[in-house]
Each structure stands twice: as C-alpha cells, then as structure tokens.
Design a protein around this ligand. Structure first.
Ligand code: BGC
Length: 264
C-alpha cells in the first residue's frame, strides 16, 4: 500500500510517497516554503504542486498544525486564522485531485514513531512532544492514539507553554541550550504530573541535536528518548493515516467499539 504524505508546517511543506507497510519513503522528499501569510488558498496551491510533481494518483495524507476533526481544521495557532472552521479535507481533496485524509501534525509524527521509530513495542502511556514553531503532542496507551491533544498550550507561569519552550522561542530569544532546556524540563514536569507517562518521545527538528539538551532534562522520572524518524515522521504518519487503523476516527460516532480500536 503506497500513499503520498504531505507535512504542513509553519515554515515548510514537505512531501514524499511512502510505503505504509514499511514506513520507507519511495522517492526523495520535496520541500517548499510555507507561503506567508499562511492562508488556505496558497497552501492548497502548494498541495497541488507537490501532488503533481510526484505525478501522484492514489491516497494522500496531509498533516496540519492544529486540531483537525473529520477534516475540519478547528484551530490554527501558527497559521492564518482563516483556517478555523474550514473544511480542509474538501479544499485539499480538490487541490490534490485524489482522496485525502487530514490530521494533526504531532498525531501523525507520533503514529509514525510508535509504528516504526522510538515507540515500537511500547504498551504503556507514551507521550510524544514535538518542538518546532509550536509545541505539538500525541498521547498513546496500549499503542492507541488519543487524537488532538493540545498540550503545547497548557499555561506555565501565566504563559502559553509553546511561547516559552518551543524551538522558535529558543531562536527568537537566542537562548543557550542550558536556559532553553530549563524551560523544557519545567514544561515536561508539568505534563508528567498530569499524565504519568512511561515514555516521553521528543521530536521536531531540534531533536536532531538531542545530545545538546535531552541530557539536561533532569527533573523527569519517565524515560525520555529522541524521535528517530526526525524530518520524515510527519510525512510517514500522514501517509499511514490514509489506511491504518492506528489513526482513530475523530467523528465521535458511536458503535460497538470494536471498529475503532487500533490493532496495527
Ligand atoms: C498547535 C498544534 C500543533 C503544534 C505543532 C501548536 O501550536 O496548536 O496543533 O500540533 O503547534 O505544530
């Protein structure tokens, strides 16, 4: 089963075709700058360009840096507010000319890490936290995702956590690793107090330099490991969302329950 994965971020939009059974990219990934302002129309044009540039015909999975419920984008902390309440599934479906599934970016990265990366075989409570323009989160237990957690927006010292502890916060304030890691440590301590994870996977671009900051996270009881799929996690998770039951339904439908349990 092959699908095109497209990962929409605050600064770049990346895409590649993926073999969803192995998590391997089937071609070099392509990256285009996120248009500024990051409004729906220009981003849909990029989705169209990327789909065409791979001459893609087949399912397309697309990540979005906000809450996504049944294809509708409900928040957009780091993109244009025009996304709020928009049917992104419909917009991107037309742009891509193929069936699409849209999901939260951190959820996609988390599902990819649980299946092919740092979370393989972890049955306890696993918290994936991505540090980038914002802070994203994905929460699992028994390998099952609770979609659309937004732990980047808990309040710490009267401020949104991602304003203090995202990669962007470090860059904008030109903070040392020590200072920034202190903010991350404090943030993760709050999450640990609320969720008691067994494992915390830290992802996002800055996890490439995990050796500079992960050893400084001394206040956490849970095991902490860097993500292993790095730049590819969002693309792989997006592609997986087109077919895998690892990405639960967000419609709130009722039923026997069996049809919604992820067993991948
Ligand atoms: C958004 C999340 C997203 C995260 C990382 C946050 O600002 O609210 O939905 O996962 O940024 O992009």
């Amino acid at each position: 089963m092959h699908a095109l994965g497209i990962d929409i971020g605050g600064s770049g939009i990346k895409a590649a075709p993926v073999d969803v059974a192995t998590g391997k990219l089937l071609a070099d990934r392509q990256k285009l700058d996120t248009p500024q302002p990051a409004r729906p129309g220009p981003i849909a044009d990029i989705v169209k360009n990327l789909t065409n540039s791979f001459a893609w015909s087949g399912p397309v999975g697309i990540t979005f840096p906000g809450v996504v419920i049944e294809g509708v984008t409900r928040t957009a902390a780091n993109l244009d507010p025009a996304w709020i309440g928009l049917d992104a599934g419909e917009l991107f479906g037309e742009a891509a000319g193929n069936p699409v599934r849209v999901l939260n970016d951190a959820d996609a990265a988390g599902v990819a890490e649980m299946t092919f990366g740092a979370g393989v075989g972890e049955l306890g409570t696993v918290l994936m936290v991505t540090f980038g323009t914002g802070i994203g989160s994905a929460l699992f237990t028994a390998g099952i995702l609770v979609p659309n957690t937004e732990f980047g927006h808990i309040e710490i010292r009267g401020r949104d956590a991602e304003d203090r502890a995202s990669e962007r916060a470090k860059e904008e304030r030109d903070q040392s690793w020590d200072k920034w890691a202190g903010h991350v440590d404090e943030y993760l301590q709050h999450l640990e107090a609320l969720l008691s994870p067994n494992l915390i996977i830290v992802g996002g671009g800055i996890s490439k330099q995990a050796d500079k900051w992960v050893p400084r996270l001394t206040g956490i009881r849970a095991r902490i490991v860097p993500a292993v799929l790095l730049n590819e996690a969002g693309i792989v998770g997006a592609a997986m969302a087109t077919s895998s039951r690892a990405v639960p339904d967000t419609s709130g439908r009722s039923g026997t329950g069996h049809e919604r349990i992820a067993l991948t």
